[in-house]
Design a protein around this ligand. Structure first.
Ligand SMILES: Cc1ncc(C[n+]2csc(CCOP(=O)(O)OP(=O)(O)O)c2C)c(N)n1
Length: 519
């Protein structure tokens, strides 16, 4: 392959050869040759998002399910800027993304045209790696580098900036991506220190994150718990947690600081497995930032870049736990259907009663979903995805990526109405791609969590203007119309019976279905 192909085509072919098979895009003039190349080269699935936050969030969701990067295609600095919040979330979720951003032709930049900006400067804080490719003959090699960076474990955000003339000028061919190196094994000393902490006779807990939350790793953690009596805990938000019937249950550190402090006081010493010492989401007057009890110690068994499964195996072996039945296996349990008005507890029971086998739950339920875990613990095996970056508007886009990654699985997006408004354009992509996603809009008509936060920061008698800034009323959002306007079938549920009926319809449907859940 040489001579005839241009830089854009050499990049698309390089992406495909490097295992990047999906491109989430919102292009502009500077990316037209890349768009044309997408047409010319078979094999790349192209998905249009009508806002860049949908594009970057979808790439995050795709990686979470497959541990394989997708690419984006964004329009210059402003397009990238629109996508940054979900790029931030993806970075915090350790998702790998080949983030491609168009740029003016190299000779055009000096003229300071309307869309000219410092793209590298915009990209840097939300990327692990940034490079502007200098010519059409380097773009394939730089693309291969970007893929190699994005494929590292944990995943990395590799932002490749593509000046328009590097796309349209001739290229030399495609470049091969270097194979990903094996993950380093943890040292014997780390295993010995973890074993000593668990054997010390003081309360201790495995704090699990990243790959430690896979079914296999949780099984090993459960064996260790069976042997030592240690607790099992995960961070407050996880990229992907495998849970449900027959899997080892693991709690999450609560969001509310006082609750988190209580949980961590009980947890005692922490063995960190793909997780860091926990910190509060925010500082509050008079409350600590670090959540671990003062008297507790931590030791690190494995970092996210290390072979976590092998580390847990080695620890189980060192403790003589390998043959044991794991502690904390979730028994099968389907809660009874509730009746009457819709409360957070009723939603939890309905989810627990109806979650289908292998569902992927994308959780952006914010304050409504704080107690969803106990009632769903015994549902058929499923995955649970959280927002690790805290920038709301992650859920609907991540649901798109997850649905494209796993077309045989049902995706259920649990969305606060405030959060969903940030990236509601995602509904249109769901309809266009006929994605199997059921969206529950938890319509409480407010930024409910922030009402609590006012009190938490010490504002005790908020006035009407402050309260009004946390309300989504005047006018009320009509989610059924919003969904239908973007081609998504929708229903409204105002009591439990209606919610059960609407959720059955959503679960039966093969395409997107939205339920406005009036709380
Ligand atoms: C990008 C971004 N902007 C603002 C916030 C602050 N914020 C956190 S939660 C929240 C409201 C969430 O509302 P909703 O999704 O309806 O959930 P609820 O609080 O009602 O449960 C806001 C505005 C944020 N986290 N991220």
């Amino acid at each position: 392959m040489s001579g005839a192909m241009n830089g854009a085509e050499s990049l698309v072919r390089t992406l495909l050869a490097g295992g990047v098979e999906v491109c989430f895009t919102n292009p502009g003039t500077s990316e037209m040759h890349f768009v044309a190349a997408l047409d010319k080269v078979p094999g790349m699935r192209c998905v249009l998002g009508l806002f860049e936050g949908v594009v970057t969030g979808a790439a995050d969701g795709y990686y979470r399910m497959l541990a394989r990067p997708a690419s984006t295609l964004l329009h210059l600095g402003p397009g990238l800027a629109n996508g940054l919040a979900n790029l931030h979330n993806a970075k915090k979720a350790n998702s790998g993304i080949v983030n491609i951003v168009g740029e003016h032709a190299t000779y055009h930049i000096a003229h300071d045209a309307p869309l000219t900006s410092d793209i590298e400067g915009v990209a840097q804080p939300m990327s692990h790696w940034v490079k502007t490719s200098p010519s059409s003959r380097t773009i394939a090699a730089d693309g291969a580098l970007a893929i190699a960076v994005a494929r590292q474990r944990p995943g990395q955000i590799a932002t490749l900036i593509l000046p328009a003339d590097t796309a349209w000028n001739p290229a030399d061919g495609i470049a091969e991506t270097a194979p990903s190196p094996a993950r380093p094994l943890v040292g014997e000393a780390a295993v010995a220190a973890a074993a000593a902490m668990l054997r010390a006779g003081e309360p201790a807990t495995l704090l699990l994150g990243g790959d430690a939350l896979s079914q296999r790793c949780l099984e090993l953690a459960g064996k260790i718990a069976a042997k030592t009596g240690c607790g099992l805990l995960s961070e407050g938000a996880n990229s992907r947690l495998e849970r449900g019937r027959g899997r080892v249950q693991v709690g999450r550190i609560p969001y509310v600081v006082d609750k988190a402090l209580a949980v961590l006081r009980q947890a005692g010493n922490l063995v960190l497995v793909g997780a860091r010492e926990p910190v509060a989401f925010f500082a509050y007057p008079g409350k600590p930032s670090r959540l671990m009890a003062e008297a507790s110690r931590s030791c690190k068994l494995a970092d996210l870049n290390e072979d976590i499964e092998a580390a847990l195996e080695a620890l189980a072996q060192a403790l003589g736990a390998g043959h044991l039945t794991p502690a904390g296996l979730a028994p099968e349990r389907r809660p009874a259907f509730p009746t009457g008005s819709i409360t957070p507890a009723a939603i939890a029971s309905i989810l627990g009663a109806m979650l289908p086998e292998h569902a992927i739950v994308v959780d952006e339920s914010v304050s409504t979903g704080r107690e969803f875990f106990p009632e769903t613990a015994g549902a058929p095996p499923h995955d649970w995805l959280n927002n690790r970056g805290g920038s709301i508007g992650y859920g609907l886009p991540v649901a798109i990526g997850a649905a494209i990654a796993c077309p045989e699985r049902k995706v259920i997006a649990l969305e606060g109405d405030g959060s969903a408004m940030y990236t509601l354009q995602a509904l249109w992509t769901m309809a266009r791609e006929a994605l199997d996603i059921t969206v529950l809009i938890l319509a409480n008509g407010s930024y409910n969590i922030l009402r609590g936060e006012l009190a938490n920061v010490g504002v005790n008698n908020p006035g009407p203007r402050a309260v009004d800034m946390l309300s989504l009323r005047r006018p009320d959002l009509d989610w059924v119309s919003l969904a239908r306007g973007m081609g998504v079938e929708a229903a409204r549920a105002s009591d439990c019976d209606q919610l059960i009926k609407a959720l059955s319809a959503g679960l039966r449907s093969q395409g997107p279905y939205l339920i406005e859940v009036s709380i």
